[in-house]
Write a protein that binds this ligand. Structure first.
Ligand SMILES: Cc1ncc(C[n+]2csc(CCOP(=O)(O)OP(=O)(O)O)c2C)c(N)n1
Length: 634
């Protein structure tokens, strides 16, 4: 490599001539491919933004100028150019750099990201702050066409049209819906409209006509309509123009010369400007260009090795919760024609892609629009359809009001399948689903449950769809493999009934969801140390199994709750609320995630760090039993 070793910051990049940029982009792509195929990570999106990233850091004076990346999974080239190329191999690993944007990681990550569709709002905030503080920097938001399906983008653009602050939005469009033959013509007109001479002409027309009263207005309107008319015919920009943006594009997002030229032209145009670029996801890496799986994220790819390794056959891994969810949905939908599935742009992640194969017309992908997904489900439910809304726990956070106002308040039977609850691993704090118990259990009339394993997920889904039909029901389950529970026919679970798995007299451990297995293992470990622990599978956060709590409080008097979620407001808090009123003498330890954001790492590493694995739980239980107050209860 000729250039990349010399580039440790965008300033180094800007020292090169425009003619060097093509080769620099190629080297960035090569580095990205060689590292990510070894360590895994988001892949396709970053390969598509290489030229755009080089051009942006070349034209804009970062970090003085601000680039706000939406979502963040496409920002690996940005990390490479902003001093993190030698850390790329640590991405998404414990102690390594984040897979998303993180303000604490670099001054070039001027706004944190992970959830989609935040960039235009954040960038407008920065632009308005600049104006208020009378500063001079430029602000750019880079947003994908997928993120543009989120309503917040339109809220933000509408507000941009009102604020009129100088702001550039780059639409990184990697859908192939814009036919290539349109490009050539539209590129020509885009350059024409964006050229400083055209800007100058426009400004002069506006100035000249300012004092011409109604005639001036008419000339200005005609000129504007003429330009808009051209754009409407030749470019897809009228929507953005209607929202108050000056629209340019579409331009080929892999043509670095043209990108630099366009960005230089639009950089100094006042007010909100949108530059539409067309990119190809996975660009430059054949498997990623072709294969959908490569387009989003990959694990480590097997590397060529000179010494052949002898592989011992491994027992088959248990199916993932997502696969079990998808297959169970197919079963339920086969017997109940009223059941439908809803996803917010994550059919593959949630397992609804399995359902799409059997019932393509009964799965609705609404785009990255979680709020809409929930109210859409509410509408369906008013008419007797049973919507199962499968959304990652972390993304459902944005639909809180819709759950309360549109679903719960109207007692509508909507089933929420909260995928990736608890810590999710490499995606880190933006994606951990650790708040759901707290934000759902406070909603009036909501049923909230968590299965201990994949068969219980099947039973809970069955019960949620067919048995608990009076209002909303949420099931939270984790990312990844199940526990290997034997697949059985679905049965209904009695509402609000926990399950006692082990009898003991020294302490009761109540586990929530998949932490039940770890609690059982902890109990076995404690037994070897002379401590007899009862283990209960909570199953329900709401309604709470108060009969079980009465029994444990009176019979054992020492309870530890265990959950993969925030301790504050979670399942243990629900237990504490009950015990405080009914059994104040019962000692309780709430074991969950403390009041902090958990970083990235594998799920196993994080559970161990948080003492939510078997040895950790055993340790916490022993500490609890050794507390003076608890000892005195004996
Ligand atoms: C609120 C929210 N919902 C869902 C996701 C999951 N997600 C990550 S990337 C992505 C697709 C984004 O598409 P686009 O903006 O076009 O970017 P591209 O990957 O095509 O570059 C989705 C749905 C998310 N990050 N945030």
């Amino acid at each position: 490599m000729r250039y990349l070793p010399t580039i440790n910051s965008p300033a180094d990049l800007r020292a090169y001539a425009p003619t060097d940029l093509r080769e620099i982009a190629d080297e960035v792509r090569e580095h990205l491919i060689s590292v990510i195929t070894q360590v895994g990570g988001h892949f396709g999106a970053g390969l598509g933004t290489v030229e755009l990233t080089v051009a942006l850091h070349y034209v804009f004076n970062t970090p003085f100028d601000k680039i706000v990346w939406d979502t963040g999974h496409q920002a690996y080239p940005h990390k490479i150019l902003t001093g993190r190329k030698d850390l790329l191999h640590t991405i998404r690993q414990r102690g390594g750099i984040s897979g998303f944007l993180k303000r604490t990681e670099s001054e070039y990550d001027c706004f944190g990201a992970g959830h989609a569709t935040t960039s235009i709002s954040a960038a407008l905030g920065m632009a308005v702050a600049r104006d208020v503080l009378k500063e001079k920097y430029k602000v750019v938001a880079v947003i994908g066409d997928g993120a543009m399906t989120g309503g917040m983008a339109y809220e933000a653009m509408n507000n941009c049209g009102v604020q009129k602050s100088d702001l550039l939005v780059v639409l990184n469009d990697n859908q192939m819906s814009i036919a290539p033959n349109v490009w050539a013509v539209s590129n020509y007109f885009s350059e024409l409209f964006a050229h400083p001479k055209a800007q100058d002409l426009r400004n002069r027309i506006y100035k000249m006509t300012q004092n011409m009263e109604s005639l001036g207005d008419r000339i200005r309107q005609t000129a504007h309509r003429l330009e808009g008319g051209f754009k409407a015919v030749l470019t897809p920009g009228m929507l953005f123009e209607a929202l108050g943006f000056r629209y340019f594009g579409p331009v080929n997002g892999h043509n670095i010369d043209q990108l630099v030229k366009m960005l230089t032209h639009v950089r100094d145009i006042g007010g909100p400007v949108l530059l539409h670029t067309i990119t190809q996801k996975g660009k430059g890496y054949a498997p990623a260009e072709k294969d959908k799986q490569f387009l989003h994220a990959i694990g480590k790819l097997p590397q060529k090795s000179s010494t052949p390794t002898v592989s011992t056959p491994k027992p088959p891994a248990p199916p993932s919760y997502q696969k079990v969810f998808g297959e169970t949905m197919v079963e339920l939908m086969s017997t109940n024609p009223n059941v439908v599935g809803i996803t917010a742009a994550m059919p593959d992640g949630t397992g609804l892609d399995i359902v799409q194969k059997s019932f393509a017309d009964r799965v609705y992908d609404v785009g990255i629009a979680e709020e809409h997904a929930v109210t859409f489900a509410a509408g369906l439910a008013t008419q007797g359809v049973v919507p199962v809304v499968a959304i990652y726990s972390t993304f459902l956070q944005r639909a809180f009001d819709q759950i309360v106002h549109d679903v719960a308040l109207q007692h509508l039977h909507v089933v929420f399948a909260l995928d990736r609850s608890g810590v999710v691993g490499a995606d880190g704090p933006t994606h951990h689903g650790v708040l759901d118990v707290a934000y759902l259990r406070i909603i009036q009339g909501m049923i909230v449950m968590a299965p201990k394993d994949e068969q219980e997920l099947r039973n809970m889904l069955y019960s949620a769809v067919n048995t608990y039909t009076a209002g909303p029901v949420a099931i939270r389950y984790p990312r990844g493999e199940g526990e290997g529970a034997l697949k059985q026919p679905c049965t209904s679970i009695p509402l609000g009934k926990s399950e006692t798995l082990r009898i003991g007299s020294d302490v009761a451990i109540i586990g929530l969801g998949h932490r039940v297995y770890a609690s059982m293992a902890a109990a076995k470990q404690l037994e070897t140390e002379g401590i007899e622990a009862e283990v209960v599978n909570a199953r329900f956060v709401k309604p709470l199994d108060t009969a079980m709590l009465d029994d444990l409080a009176l019979r054992i008097g020492k309870i530890v709750t265990v959950e993969d979620g925030q301790a504050e407001g979670g399942y243990g808090s629900a237990v504490a609320e009950y015990l405080a009123q009914h059994h104040p003498q019962c000692a309780l330890h709430i074991h969950g995630i403390p009041d902090e954001f958990v970083d990235h790492g594998t799920q196993q590493e994080l559970w161990a760090d948080l003492k939510l694995d078997a040895p950790g739980i055993a340790h916490v239980v022993k500490d609890f039993l050794s507390e003076k107050f608890v000892r005195e209860l004996r």
